[in-house]
Design a protein around this ligand. Structure first.
Ligand SMILES: [Zn+2]
Length: 211
Protein backbone atom coordinates (compact mmCIF):
# COMPACT_ATOMS: atom_id res chain seq x y z
CA UNK A 1 0.00 0.00 0.00
CA UNK A 2 1.92 3.06 -1.18
CA UNK A 3 1.48 6.24 0.88
CA UNK A 4 0.02 9.49 -0.54
CA UNK A 5 3.59 10.39 -1.58
CA UNK A 6 3.69 7.71 -4.28
CA UNK A 7 0.02 8.21 -5.11
CA UNK A 8 0.75 11.84 -5.96
CA UNK A 9 3.03 10.92 -8.88
CA UNK A 10 0.34 10.52 -11.56
CA UNK A 11 -1.59 13.70 -10.58
CA UNK A 12 1.70 15.62 -10.60
CA UNK A 13 2.63 14.35 -14.08
CA UNK A 14 -0.86 15.12 -15.39
CA UNK A 15 -0.64 18.56 -13.76
CA UNK A 16 2.55 19.33 -15.71
CA UNK A 17 0.54 18.78 -18.89
CA UNK A 18 -2.80 20.38 -17.96
CA UNK A 19 -1.47 23.25 -15.82
CA UNK A 20 -0.47 25.15 -18.99
CA UNK A 21 -4.16 25.88 -19.58
CA UNK A 22 -4.16 27.96 -16.38
CA UNK A 23 -1.22 30.20 -17.34
CA UNK A 24 -2.09 33.85 -16.74
CA UNK A 25 -5.16 33.02 -14.65
CA UNK A 26 -5.79 33.52 -10.91
CA UNK A 27 -2.82 32.34 -8.81
CA UNK A 28 -4.88 29.78 -6.86
CA UNK A 29 -6.03 27.75 -9.85
CA UNK A 30 -2.80 25.79 -10.42
CA UNK A 31 -2.45 24.72 -6.76
CA UNK A 32 -6.15 23.82 -6.82
CA UNK A 33 -5.67 21.56 -9.86
CA UNK A 34 -2.65 19.84 -8.29
CA UNK A 35 -4.23 19.49 -4.83
CA UNK A 36 -7.48 18.28 -6.39
CA UNK A 37 -5.63 15.62 -8.39
CA UNK A 38 -3.71 14.42 -5.32
CA UNK A 39 -7.00 14.24 -3.36
CA UNK A 40 -8.60 12.21 -6.15
CA UNK A 41 -5.63 9.83 -6.19
CA UNK A 42 -5.92 9.32 -2.42
CA UNK A 43 -9.71 8.92 -2.47
CA UNK A 44 -9.91 5.08 -2.60
CA UNK A 45 -8.16 4.86 0.79
CA UNK A 46 -11.20 6.56 2.35
CA UNK A 47 -12.24 2.93 2.88
CA UNK A 48 -10.18 3.06 6.09
CA UNK A 49 -12.72 5.42 7.68
CA UNK A 50 -15.66 3.05 8.28
CA UNK A 51 -13.20 0.45 9.57
CA UNK A 52 -11.71 2.97 12.00
CA UNK A 53 -15.19 3.79 13.29
CA UNK A 54 -15.89 0.08 13.81
CA UNK A 55 -12.51 -0.54 15.52
CA UNK A 56 -11.02 -2.59 12.68
CA UNK A 57 -9.28 -0.20 10.23
CA UNK A 58 -8.60 -2.75 7.49
CA UNK A 59 -12.07 -4.32 7.49
CA UNK A 60 -13.11 -2.73 4.18
CA UNK A 61 -9.66 -1.88 2.89
CA UNK A 62 -8.81 -2.54 -0.78
CA UNK A 63 -12.33 -3.76 -1.47
CA UNK A 64 -15.04 -1.94 -3.40
CA UNK A 65 -13.28 1.46 -3.43
CA UNK A 66 -10.23 -0.10 -5.12
CA UNK A 67 -12.22 -1.49 -8.06
CA UNK A 68 -11.18 0.08 -11.37
CA UNK A 69 -14.86 0.25 -12.34
CA UNK A 70 -15.80 2.14 -9.14
CA UNK A 71 -12.77 4.43 -9.55
CA UNK A 72 -13.76 5.19 -13.15
CA UNK A 73 -17.30 6.10 -12.04
CA UNK A 74 -15.98 8.16 -9.10
CA UNK A 75 -13.72 10.13 -11.45
CA UNK A 76 -16.61 10.81 -13.82
CA UNK A 77 -18.91 11.76 -10.91
CA UNK A 78 -16.41 14.31 -9.56
CA UNK A 79 -15.49 15.71 -12.99
CA UNK A 80 -18.34 18.32 -13.02
CA UNK A 81 -16.97 19.77 -9.77
CA UNK A 82 -13.51 20.23 -11.30
CA UNK A 83 -15.06 21.60 -14.48
CA UNK A 84 -16.94 24.22 -12.42
CA UNK A 85 -13.78 25.31 -10.60
CA UNK A 86 -11.50 25.16 -13.65
CA UNK A 87 -13.54 25.99 -16.76
CA UNK A 88 -10.31 27.02 -18.57
CA UNK A 89 -9.54 23.32 -19.10
CA UNK A 90 -11.55 21.64 -21.87
CA UNK A 91 -14.07 18.96 -20.94
CA UNK A 92 -12.19 15.96 -22.45
CA UNK A 93 -8.81 16.60 -20.79
CA UNK A 94 -10.49 17.53 -17.49
CA UNK A 95 -12.55 14.32 -17.47
CA UNK A 96 -9.45 12.28 -18.39
CA UNK A 97 -7.51 13.95 -15.54
CA UNK A 98 -10.20 13.06 -12.97
CA UNK A 99 -10.52 9.44 -14.12
CA UNK A 100 -6.75 8.95 -14.44
CA UNK A 101 -6.05 10.32 -10.95
CA UNK A 102 -8.59 8.05 -9.20
CA UNK A 103 -7.78 4.95 -11.29
CA UNK A 104 -4.03 5.40 -10.72
CA UNK A 105 -4.59 4.53 -7.06
CA UNK A 106 -5.52 0.83 -7.40
CA UNK A 107 -2.97 0.37 -10.20
CA UNK A 108 -0.14 1.61 -7.95
CA UNK A 109 -1.48 -0.35 -4.96
CA UNK A 110 -1.37 -3.43 -7.17
CA UNK A 111 2.36 -2.88 -7.65
CA UNK A 112 3.11 -2.83 -3.90
CA UNK A 113 4.20 -5.96 -2.04
CA UNK A 114 1.67 -7.12 0.55
CA UNK A 115 2.73 -8.31 4.01
CA UNK A 116 -0.59 -8.42 5.85
CA UNK A 117 -4.26 -9.20 5.17
CA UNK A 118 -6.42 -8.35 3.34
CA UNK A 119 -4.13 -9.49 0.50
CA UNK A 120 -4.62 -7.99 -2.96
CA UNK A 121 -7.33 -5.71 -4.35
CA UNK A 122 -10.86 -6.33 -5.60
CA UNK A 123 -9.75 -4.79 -8.90
CA UNK A 124 -12.75 -5.85 -10.99
CA UNK A 125 -15.62 -5.68 -8.47
CA UNK A 126 -18.57 -6.12 -9.12
CA UNK A 127 -17.64 -8.33 -12.11
CA UNK A 128 -15.40 -10.40 -9.86
CA UNK A 129 -14.81 -10.46 -6.11
CA UNK A 130 -11.38 -12.02 -6.61
CA UNK A 131 -8.44 -10.04 -5.22
CA UNK A 132 -5.48 -9.32 -7.46
CA UNK A 133 -1.87 -8.33 -6.84
CA UNK A 134 0.94 -7.90 -9.36
CA UNK A 135 3.64 -10.62 -9.15
CA UNK A 136 6.16 -7.79 -9.62
CA UNK A 137 6.35 -5.13 -6.90
CA UNK A 138 7.94 -1.69 -7.20
CA UNK A 139 7.13 -0.71 -3.58
CA UNK A 140 7.91 -2.60 -0.35
CA UNK A 141 5.05 -3.73 1.91
CA UNK A 142 3.67 -1.65 4.77
CA UNK A 143 4.24 -3.51 8.04
CA UNK A 144 1.25 -3.18 10.37
CA UNK A 145 -0.72 -5.14 12.93
CA UNK A 146 -4.43 -5.87 12.66
CA UNK A 147 -6.65 -4.91 15.54
CA UNK A 148 -8.15 -1.81 17.14
CA UNK A 149 -7.44 1.60 15.62
CA UNK A 150 -4.73 2.59 18.09
CA UNK A 151 -2.86 -0.73 17.75
CA UNK A 152 -3.02 -0.35 13.97
CA UNK A 153 -1.73 3.24 13.96
CA UNK A 154 1.03 2.55 16.52
CA UNK A 155 2.22 -0.50 14.56
CA UNK A 156 2.94 1.68 11.51
CA UNK A 157 5.85 3.35 13.33
CA UNK A 158 8.78 1.03 12.63
CA UNK A 159 12.14 1.17 10.83
CA UNK A 160 10.99 -1.01 7.92
CA UNK A 161 8.15 1.40 7.14
CA UNK A 162 10.49 4.41 7.32
CA UNK A 163 12.76 2.68 4.79
CA UNK A 164 9.70 1.84 2.66
CA UNK A 165 8.61 5.46 2.72
CA UNK A 166 12.10 6.55 1.57
CA UNK A 167 11.83 4.06 -1.30
CA UNK A 168 8.54 5.71 -2.30
CA UNK A 169 10.05 9.19 -2.09
CA UNK A 170 12.96 8.14 -4.35
CA UNK A 171 10.62 6.43 -6.82
CA UNK A 172 8.30 9.45 -6.93
CA UNK A 173 11.22 11.88 -7.33
CA UNK A 174 12.69 9.73 -10.14
CA UNK A 175 9.47 9.84 -12.16
CA UNK A 176 8.66 13.49 -11.38
CA UNK A 177 12.12 14.78 -12.27
CA UNK A 178 12.02 12.78 -15.52
CA UNK A 179 8.59 14.33 -16.24
CA UNK A 180 9.94 17.81 -15.50
CA UNK A 181 12.94 17.15 -17.81
CA UNK A 182 10.55 16.33 -20.66
CA UNK A 183 8.26 19.25 -19.81
CA UNK A 184 11.12 21.79 -19.71
CA UNK A 185 13.24 20.23 -22.47
CA UNK A 186 13.59 23.53 -24.32
CA UNK A 187 15.58 24.92 -21.35
CA UNK A 188 18.94 23.11 -21.59
CA UNK A 189 20.11 23.87 -18.02
CA UNK A 190 16.77 22.70 -16.60
CA UNK A 191 16.87 19.58 -18.77
CA UNK A 192 20.36 18.60 -17.60
CA UNK A 193 19.66 19.33 -13.90
CA UNK A 194 16.35 17.44 -13.75
CA UNK A 195 17.71 14.48 -15.76
CA UNK A 196 20.72 14.24 -13.41
CA UNK A 197 18.39 14.49 -10.39
CA UNK A 198 16.17 11.74 -11.79
CA UNK A 199 19.14 9.41 -12.36
CA UNK A 200 20.45 10.09 -8.83
CA UNK A 201 17.04 9.37 -7.26
CA UNK A 202 16.73 6.16 -9.27
CA UNK A 203 20.17 5.07 -8.05
CA UNK A 204 19.05 5.66 -4.44
CA UNK A 205 15.77 3.78 -5.12
CA UNK A 206 17.82 0.90 -6.52
CA UNK A 207 20.12 0.82 -3.50
CA UNK A 208 17.25 1.04 -0.99
CA UNK A 209 14.90 -1.49 -2.57
CA UNK A 210 16.04 -3.44 -5.63
CA UNK A 211 19.62 -4.28 -4.70
ZN1 LIG B 1 -5.21 1.96 -1.48
Amino acid sequence: MPSPVAHSVIPALAFLRLGRNLDGGPFWKKPLLLAGGVALAALPDADFLPGFLLGDPVRYHRGVTHSLIVCLLAGLALFPLFRTWLPEIRRGPMAAFCVLCVCSHPLLDCLAADASPPYGLALFWPLSGERFLSPVSIFPPVHRLPGPAWTFVASLANAANVRGWLVEVMFTATILLAGIAVHKRSDRAFLVASTAGSILCFALYWILYIR
